[in-house]
Design a binder for this molecule. Structure first.
Ligand SMILES: N[C@@H](Cc1ccccc1)C(=O)O
Length: 517
């Protein structure tokens, strides 16, 4: 037993020792007093007390006191009288009045007078007869007598700025208080929690044995090092369980971060980066991609057309003519084209780009193969917003143009790209007016046990390449980015990416979202 006590004392934290010593001096010290005497903060006192209590050295008692105070409205009524008193006073003089006149002569607002009269009628102080209000005998009896609420308000007014402990109330007052409380904004009840400590038997034994408080060094001074005093100091051990303030380091938005990662991957694969404008001509967005002018995607319900500027300039006539011919007859491509009359005005319409593929055709027109280009940008579609659809999202677009480039290279490039991002993908046949062969990539979602579509790709058709003057094969892809972010950051609703949800943004790890466990 004796040994136990020595061991317990040895293991006491300095704060526990300080607390015990103070209680030895005076068991009635409050936590605040103990904090002050020992220059500790109140949190440390309470956590030392909690720790001592868990070892049965002291007992911590908690008492909650409720006290009440007048609110500003309460104070006002205590001074000028409750509304029912003011109505009663007027009615005693006037005998009967309409509600409107009562409001006028008491100065009570119209909306409130109804409530007050309702109250008077319910308490049988007054009755209403043909629109006029009259006191009952019972009500008249209050002429020289105060109501419970008034008595209470007066009482509380006496202690105007200090809160009154509820334990000071006798039963009658308490009953009245309940009613007064129902009137909501007249009084407020404050709860105060106080703690007191009691030394238990084990604590007494410890104190009899005596505890020595040796200050613990937490920071060394140069003086202590020079004089060698550091050798004799007692050091506070590190407490790795101590509370610490949470820190929220600055970090990029998750969507931005995945975009940076994607850029990095393509730059490392030797692609050069290009950009376009979100405002694009229908020519580059659709026509240059051999998308016929009556194609469903061009309909108003899919594409945002822009009013200002209503139209865009087209590139040089040679290119425009060649695109027009290809649409109409297939031009020099060996194809039959779409067999309709191509309309220049339709091609001049300005749209919010529906994909970033127009950047690729623009790039092919301006650059000579061999080339590898990628671009990241926002695209717009008239989608209804749902957990997986937004009218505005990001795509990463890319092309590789060189002799000997094949569909196999396309699959390889995409596989490699997704692998670097940490995804395994599969390919399904697909259709786009501007590619042949075409494919869509999908990634498997284990949680949902289903495959989701990530983007489209294919080999550009001769109808796209010929007008641009390209005579080598070109692989092309356009992949959605938000969906990748959803999987990467484990979010089930795409809208999350565009919400200022501080909690979520803070909780996302600073690394690129790759879970460390
Ligand atoms: N533009 C297509 C993707 C795509 C790009 C390039 C070639 C083929 C398909 C889309 O937005 O879905």
């Amino acid at each position: 037993m004796c040994e136990d006590i020595t061991k317990i004392i040895d293991e006491l934290h300095i704060y526990e020792k300080k607390l015990l010593k103070s209680l030895k001096e005076n068991e009635n010290y409050t936590p605040e007093e103990i904090a002050k005497i020992n220059s500790m903060d109140i949190k440390s006192v309470m956590s030392a007390a909690g720790s001592l209590a868990s070892k049965d050295i002291i007992e911590v008692e908690k008492s909650v006191t409720e006290s009440i105070k007048l609110t500003n409205v309460g104070k006002k009524y205590a001074e000028i009288g409750l509304p029912e008193r003011r109505v009663l006073n007027v009615l005693i003089d006037e005998k009967e009045l309409s509600m409107k006149d009562l409001a006028k002569s008491t100065g009570i607002e119209n909306y409130e007078i109804k409530i007050v009269i309702g109250w008077l009628v319910r308490k049988k102080w007054a009755k209403i007869n043909k629109g006029t209000v009259k006191l009952t005998d019972f009500g008249t009896g209050f002429k020289d007598k105060k109501g419970n609420d008034e008595l209470l308000l007066e009482y509380l007014l006496e202690c105007i700025d200090s809160a009154v402990s509820i334990s000071d109330f006798d039963e009658d007052l308490l009953e009245g208080l309940k009613q007064l409380n129902d009137r909501k904004n007249l009084i407020e009840v404050e709860k105060q929690t106080e703690h007191s400590f009691k030394i238990l038997e084990k604590g007494l034994k410890i104190l009899t044995r005596g505890i020595i408080i040796q200050e613990e060094a937490t920071q060394l001074t140069s003086e202590q090092i020079k004089t060698g005093e550091w050798k004799n100091l007692k050091y506070r051990p590190y407490d790795i369980n101590a509370e610490y303030p949470e820190v929220f380091p600055g970090k990029g938005h998750p969507l931005r971060r995945i975009i940076e990662e994607i850029r990095e991957i393509f730059l490392n694969l030797g692609f050069s980066e290009s950009n376009g404008c979100i405002l694009e001509s229908a020519f580059w967005n659709f026509d240059s991609l051999f998308q016929p002018q009556d194609h469903a995607a061009r309909e108003m319900q899919d594409t945002f057309y822009v009013k200002n500027p209503i139209s865009c300039n087209l590139p040089d006539d040679v290119l425009v003519d060649s695109v027009a011919k290809t649409h109409e007859t297939g031009g020099n491509t060996g194809s039959e084209g779409w067999n309709y009359n191509w309309d220049k005005e339709v091609a001049e319409q300005s749209v919010l780009r529906t994909h970033t593929t127009g950047i690729s055709t623009r790039f092919l027109e301006e650059n000579k193969p061999p080339l590898k280009m990628f671009s990241v940008g926002r695209v717009f579609r008239r989608e209804t917003i749902t957990y997986k659809h937004l009218p505005e999202f990001h795509q990463v677009e890319g092309i590789v143009a060189a002799d000997g480039i094949s569909y196999q290279n396309l699959l390889g490039t995409l596989k490699e790209f997704y692998k670097k991002l940490g995804f395994e993908v599969r390919f399904r046949p697909a259709y786009f007016p501007y590619t042949y062969l075409s494919t869509e990539c999908e990634v498997y979602l284990e949680e949902k046990e289903s495959w989701i579509e990530l983007g489209g790709s294919g080999m550009f058709r001769p109808e796209v390449l010929e007008p641009l003057g390209i005579d080598v094969p070109v692989l092309a892809f356009g992949l959605g980015i938000e969906r990748l972010a959803m999987i990467r950051y484990d979010i089930s609703d795409i809208r999350m990416l565009y919400k200022s949800d501080i909690k979520w943004l803070r909780e996302i790890p600073v690394d690129n979202g790759i879970k460390l466990d």
